[in-house]
Design a protein around this ligand. Structure first.
Ligand code: NDP
Length: 386
């Protein structure tokens, strides 16, 4: 039985991972679970899955979680340090990092330093700190980083049994999001509610907005650069409207391998948990009779400039992707709160990137400062936008 901890258990990926675990009770045991503020939901999950440890990231909710779990044989802790401690705990073999945002980087680093296998949904770990994460993921014996993002899982699956050096380029597929084909005038009017309504995938709020701006694809380009050690010119993006082709690898001999499936995160989540094995799954199957065509288009970097900004940040490297990521997180938060418009998101991110003073090899403490500074700048810029 594999002992697993899930960071971000109350989120979209966390809940789907728990349903994968429940479907394979003989193979997995839940050791630790975490949440940020959803204290009741976390206590409820502790009741169902009986972990040894639960962590609530928001320290002010510690007493409430302790009270809710008082009749359970579970250790309760709170705060970011406790989250990093759980990530590095000696009692589990694998952690699934399903946290959202920069908050995921500390636990990713802690788990890898402790030699854990990390199933990584938290793409922001690699965007902000890929240069710190990858040396730990590849140098420490027994350590491993497994992609959960559907596109990166697709590429990882296509690369099984292949020679890495035979890759010509990879092609990340993008759905285009809910506003594909909109004019700038139409984009100026879109509401948070409309942006949360993704045509193919059901996801957490932040990644749904990232998909609508196409920043999600930009973050994934940087994630792919680190995971597969590829230069940016070998990472291409194509819009595949139906989200059936999850990504592709083009090899030097002209062959292209793709991974296809219904748009459902259970498959990549489960593959990361069972790798290198494949287990049965209740995930929906593709209905070939219902697919009469697949549609492709080049990405539109004029109406969706976030993708261009991410390529620029990735190519520059150093602390710039961290600043871009923080600016994006903060701008998305303000958009969801109704404080700025949809089109303000890329404008604000670009302004933060233009102001950024580059640090070539930032350590974790420097990244934390960059993150805070960029968020502060977004607050200031948002006042002008408003
Ligand atoms: P959600 O917002 O649904 O869930 C995020 C989880 O992280 C929740 O458990 C939340 O707790 C917790 N959390 C939020 N902020 C903090 C914080 N500051 N400190 C500690 N814990 C925190 O996100 P998703 O599940 O959608 O996404 C998670 C990650 O997976 C993201 O990086 C996303 O890009 C990636 N991803 C998601 C996909 C999807 O289909 N959802 C697909 C591919 C990748 P609480 O519930 O208490 O707020």
């Amino acid at each position: 039985m594999k002992a697993i901890s899930i960071l971000g258990a109350t989120g979209s990926i966390g809940k789907q991972a728990l349903s994968v675990v429940s479907a394979h009770k003989a193979s997995f045991r839940i050791y630790g679970l975490s949440a940020n503020r959803q204290v009741k939901a976390l206590a409820q999950l502790a009741r169902i899955h009986k972990p040894a440890k639960v962590v609530i990231a928001a320290e002010d909710l510690y007493q409430e979680l302790k009270a809710l779990c008082r009749d359970l044989p579970v250790e309760v802790a709170a705060g970011p340090a406790a989250l990093a401690e759980l990530a590095a705990d000696s009692e589990h073999e694998l952690i699934l990092n399903a946290l959202v945002g920069f908050a995921g980087l500390g636990p990713t680093l802690a788990a890898l330093k402790a030699g854990k296998v990390v199933a990584l949904a938290n793409k922001e770990s690699l965007v902000a700190g890929g240069h710190l994460v990858m040396p730990l993921a590849t140098n420490n014996e027994g350590t491993c980083l497994l992609p959960v993002d559907s596109e990166h899982s697709a590429i990882f699956q296509c690369l099984q049994g292949q020679q890495g050096q035979a890759v010509e380029h990879i092609i990340l597929t993008a759905s285009g999001g809910p506003f594909w084909g909109y004019s700038p005038l139409e984009l100026a009017e879109v509401t948070p509610q409309a942006a949360l309504n993704h045509p193919n995938w059901s996801m957490g709020a932040k990644i749904s907005i990232d998909s609508a701006t196409m920043m999600n694809k930009g973050l994934e380009v940087i994630e792919a650069h680190w995971l597969f050690s590829l230069p940016y010119e070998k990472i291409k993006v194509i819009v595949q409207r139906e989200s059936i082709i999850h990504s592709m690898v083009a090899f030097q001999d002209g062959a292209v391998l793709a991974q296809l499936g219904a748009p459902d995160m259970q498959v990549p989540i489960q593959y990361a948990l069972t790798y290198p094995k494949r287990f049965s799954s209740r995930a929906p199957r593709l209905d070939w009779k219902a697919i009469d065509s697949l549609h492709f288009a080049p990405p539109d970097m004029n109406n969706f400039p976030c993708l261009r900004l991410a390529y620029e940040a990735g190519r520059t490297g150093g602390s710039l992707p961290c600043a871009m990521n923080a600016a994006n997180e903060e701008a998305v938060r303000l958009f969801l709160n109704g404080a700025i418009s949809f089109l303000s998101i890329p404008r604000i991110i670009e302004a933060v990137m233009n102001k950024h003073k580059l640090i070539k090899m930032p350590d974790f403490a420097a990244l934390q400062e960059v993150d805070q500074e960029a968020r502060h700048q977004v607050q200031e810029l948002a006042k002008k936008e408003g």
